[in-house]
Design a protein around this ligand. Structure first.
Ligand code: PRX
Length: 649
């Protein structure tokens, strides 16, 4: 934990109650019903979760024990066996959903494809065979580095079907970042595409994989989807076109059942060191969390068409594009490209074109839409929408009101959903027919979740007081460990407050018990809803030959939430000029990915440090924000560094 002060800034006194019309059709239509279920879920969690698991999941072998909890390790539904892909696909066959659209896809160039549950099942079965024929066994790791196209979802489900552990790598990551992840999990196979469309240009995914593979010897084969048609280099004996592998692969596949705790996926995310953390999620508990939360929080109905704009390379894409939605038999709308391609009204066009009923997006996108101007919105009807969601960052009351009025036309409830890669599924959010919303607050906890706001010592603080948010009870979709680093798992999440999960977020609870999350209190930044570790950026800069030392901090930004500012002191004799600033930005782009390029590079003769040599990021944050340096500076080694920094730039 760091010494940053936490302040919740969001305020809006109006309370938005669900309309009678929404309530009457809702999956959970009253506050009393929520309270009753919530109370049951936390007073008798074993009974509650056992009932939900039996009701919501298809088991091949019933589980014996609901929870085995030896903090910080949880095992849920032990003794049970199931297949996650069967829960997302086979279950719907032979029902009215068989010929329902599972995926409606729109590519950035405008190509549209609809895939029914039956067709999706065929695709997944085929790929399952192909993977098995390439020698993949249950437990092997497969990396997926793909654009937002149906094949990405098929790849995830095929891994789940054969018990292979997928690690999806966001398409914005660089070759260097891919290599690190492949090596960390010792991936055997990579599924990728020639390229993907983004803002009218081709992102050359296969070329990035090729570069990464020079340093990732565990990878034996690569499967390549043809998407953009750009020329790619296919390495004989290693690389196969998806389409060629397809020929002759049977479209029926008998799925094996796996233990409840069989690993489902690893998803790398940023932490407070230079090395990303491989968050491990397992099968039954994760799926139950994703399914149950989707059902209640998105209030899913049979004829919904649901659009989540998150990339499947992030946890939101895993839980709320793939697993939570398909296990509920929903129709998922998948869009490949940028929201402003060709024009800033692409989302609104697609919502009208496809009759989208639920939109789940991030505040950073909402702020961009606000900036692009209302006239892009008002030329579309948007009358199919019935529910809106927000995820990834605190949503300011201003953005909330705009979203509510301009997109939801005052008619659609907004679910502001707080959760994390580590939590697997939504933890705090309004169940839309039951919990009145307060703009800027994620409201109340989901079933079984017990968040508390505590001080440094772990003592609960009074309502209305800022503190740090912990989760006191285990929940089914919680991360199980960090891949290959259980010690780091224990320390990062259960080290600050022994035995309880520390979220890394600051928050407060108001008099009604509503949670107001202010953001990270550790060294993790949230830039445009992307999680970036300051230490990762610093580690990347440290590998540049001109850099002596670097520190990365966030600065409040109207559009991105936080902007990334790096302070760099250079080696002796290196000229601090604009060309070097650009070179350093490009270097970070190569080491991590373009999305991590800093918004500002500031050169400094020295960085503010304590006498023990620790960089005082709190001070740099104030300087980056153009604020007066306040707070205790008595531990600072050399005050003149601050004056020099303030004069820079
Ligand atoms: O700081 C919180 C913020 O995003 C962090 C988790 O980031 P990540 O693991 O990348 O997952 C993002 C998508 C679930 C949290 O620690 N965060 C997420 N949702 C909200 C939020 N902050 C405020 N309000 C939210 N609704």
């Amino acid at each position: 934990m760091t010494d940053q002060t936490i302040t919740s800034v969001s305020r809006e006194s109006r309370i938005f109650k669900p309309s009678a019309e929404f309530k009457s059709q809702a999956n959970l239509g009253s506050y009393e019903a929520y309270r009753r279920l919530y109370t049951e879920s936390v007073n008798a969690p074993d009974k509650f979760w056992s009932k939900q698991a039996k009701e919501h999941l298809v088991w091949r072998k019933p589980f014996k024990k609901t929870l085995q909890w030896k903090a910080p390790h949880a095992k849920w539904f032990t003794g049970g066996k199931l297949n996650v892909s069967e829960n997302c696909l086979d279950k719907h066959l032979g029902t009215a959903r068989e010929n329902k659209a599972a995926i409606i896809f729109e590519g950035e160039p405008g190509d549209v494809r609809t895939i029914t549950y039956r067709q999706l099942h065929f695709h997944v079965c085929r790929l399952a065979h192909i993977l098995e024929n390439s020698g993949i066994k249950a437990g092997d790791r497969i990396a997926i580095y793909m654009p937002m196209i149906p094949e990405a979802m098929i790849a995830m489900l095929a891994c789940a079907r054969i018990g292979a552990v997928h690690t999806v790598i966001f398409g914005g990551f660089s070759a260097e970042a891919i290599k690190d992840r492949l090596n960390d999990c010792q991936a055997k196979l990579v599924i990728t595409a020639d390229g993907g469309w983004r803002r009218g240009k081709i992102v050359e995914l296969k070329a990035n994989v090729d570069k990464a593979l020079y340093g990732a010897p565990s990878v034996q084969s690569v499967l390549v989807v043809k998407r953009t048609g750009n020329e790619v280099n296919m390495v004989e004996g290693r690389d196969t076109w998806w389409k060629e592998a397809w020929e002759g692969a049977p479209n029926k596949h008998t799925a094996k059942a796996f233990d409840s705790e069989h690993p489902l996926f690893i998803l790398y995310t940023s932490g407070s060191t230079g090395k990303p953390k491989g968050v491990l999620h397992t099968s039954a508990g994760y799926l139950l969390g994703a399914k149950l939360s989707s059902h209640y929080i998105f209030d899913l109905k049979e004829n919904d068409r649901y659009f989540c704009s998150a990339d499947i390379g992030w946890i939101t894409g895993h839980s709320y594009v793939v697993y939570g939605l398909l296990s509920n038999g929903s129709t998922v709308f998948l869009y490949e490209g940028a929201p402003n391609q060709p024009e800033p009204d692409r989302f609104w066009q697609m919502i009208d074109r496809h009759g989208i009923t639920i939109l789940y997006t991030a505040p950073t996108a909402i702020r961009a839409f606000m900036r692009w101007g209302d006239n892009y919105v008002t030329r579309h009807k948007l009358d199919s929408l019935r529910l809106l969601g927000s995820v990834g960052e605190p949503i300011s009351p201003e953005a909330w009101r705009w979203y509510h009025k301009m997109i939801g036309k005052g008619r659609c409830p907004i679910v502001d959903t707080w959760w994390q890669t580590e939590t697997g599924s939504i933890m705090i959010a309004p169940i839309p027919g039951a919990i009145p919303a307060k703009p800027g607050s994620a409201t109340l906890p989901f079933f079984g979740i017990v968040p508390k706001i505590v001080d440094e010592k772990g003592k609960e603080v009074p309502r209305g007081t800022d503190g740090k948010m912990i989760i006191t009870k285990p929940w089914p979709s919680m991360l199980r460990t960090l891949w290959g680093d259980d010690e780091r798992f224990k320390k990062a999440y259960f080290g600050d407050y022994p035995g309880v999960y520390f979220t890394g977020d600051g928050a407060k609870q108001d008099k009604d018990g509503y949670f107001w999350i202010s953001g990270r209190v550790d060294d993790v930044l949230n830039i445009s809803g992307h999680r970036i570790g300051t230490a990762e950026v610093e580690a990347a800069l440290a590998t540049h030959p001109s850099v002596a030392e670097a520190a990365a901090v966030g600065r409040p930004d109207d559009l991105k939430g936080s902007a990334l500012v790096v302070f760099v002191s250079l080696k002796t004799g290196i000229a601090a000029d604009d060309a070097l600033k650009e070179a350093l930005r490009a270097h970070i782009g190569r080491e991590i990915g373009s999305f991590a390029k800093p918004d500002a590079v500031r050169f400094a003769a020295g960085l503010p440090k304590t006498r023990s040599g620790k960089i005082m990021r709190r001070i740099l944050k104030e300087i980056a924000a153009g604020r007066e340096v306040k707070g205790d500076t008595s531990t600072l080694e050399d005050f003149s560094v601050i004056t020099a920094l303030q004069q820079e730039d």
